[in-house]
Design a protein around this ligand. Sequence first.
Ligand SMILES: Nc1nc2c(c(=O)[nH]1)N[C@H]1C(S)=C(S)[C@@H](COP(=O)(O)O)O[C@H]1N2
Ligand SMILES: [Mo]
Length: 205
Amino acid sequence: MAEKLVSRGFTGKRRQPERAGRVPPGQYLVNNFPVLSAGPTPRIRTEQWSFTIDGLVRQPVTWTWTQFLELPSKEYAVDISCVTKWTQLDMKWKAVGVDTLLEAVELDAKAAFITAHSYGGYTTNLAIPDIVNDQAFIAYEYDGKPLAPEHGGPARLVVPHLYFWKSAKWVHGFRIEERERLGFWESLGYHRRGDPWKEERYSGD
Ligand SMILES: Nc1nc2c(c(=O)[nH]1)N[C@H]1C(S)=C(S)[C@@H](COP(=O)(O)O)O[C@H]1N2
Ligand SMILES: [Mo]
C-alpha cells in the first residue's frame, strides 16, 4: 500500500515537467484531433494530386504524387495549438520537409513571403523565415496512417510553431512572393503571423 502511494506520487510528479512549458497561454490540452474546415472536404485522388512552387522562382517546379513520395521524408512529433484554444502534444506525422522542396527551386532575391494555397481555394500567408530550417513540412501520414481527407489528405502543410490555421489542408502549392498577401483567415481579421506563445490571435494582438 505504502509502495503504491509512493509510486503514484512519482508518476504524478514526473508528468508535470513533461507538459511544463509546452502549453501556450490561453490554451487547454486535448487528446483527440478535432476537425475544423471552412468549407466542404475536397476529395483529391492521388493520381490527380500535384504540388507546385511558383512565383518568384527561376523555374516553377511541380511534383506528382509519385514524385512527391520519392522525396526524402521524415517523422515529426510536434505540439500543435489551434486558435480555438486546443493544444495537442506529440502529434506524429510523416512528411517531406519544406526545406527539401525549396531546394528544388531557385528563389529570387526578392522572395520574402509565400501564399500556401489549397484545393478548394483556402489560402494562408507565411513569411519565408517561418517555413525554413525544418520548421514546416508537408505531411501525408498522421499517427502511422495515411492522412484522412477531413484532416487535409492526401497531404497538408504543417507549421507547428504557429496557430493551426497556417497548416493548410489539401495543400496544392506555394506561390513565392515579395510582399505579404493576407490569406483566408488573415483577411478576415486573424493575425498575419499567429505565434501561439505571443497569443497572436487577431490582427492587432
Ligand atoms: N484548406 C484548408 N486548410 C485549413 C483549414 C481550412 O478550412 N481549409 N482550416 C484551418 C484551421 S482554422 C485549422 S484549426 C486547421 C484544422 O485542421 P484539422 O481539421 O485537421 O484539425 O486546419 C487549417 N487548415
Ligand atoms: Mo483554426
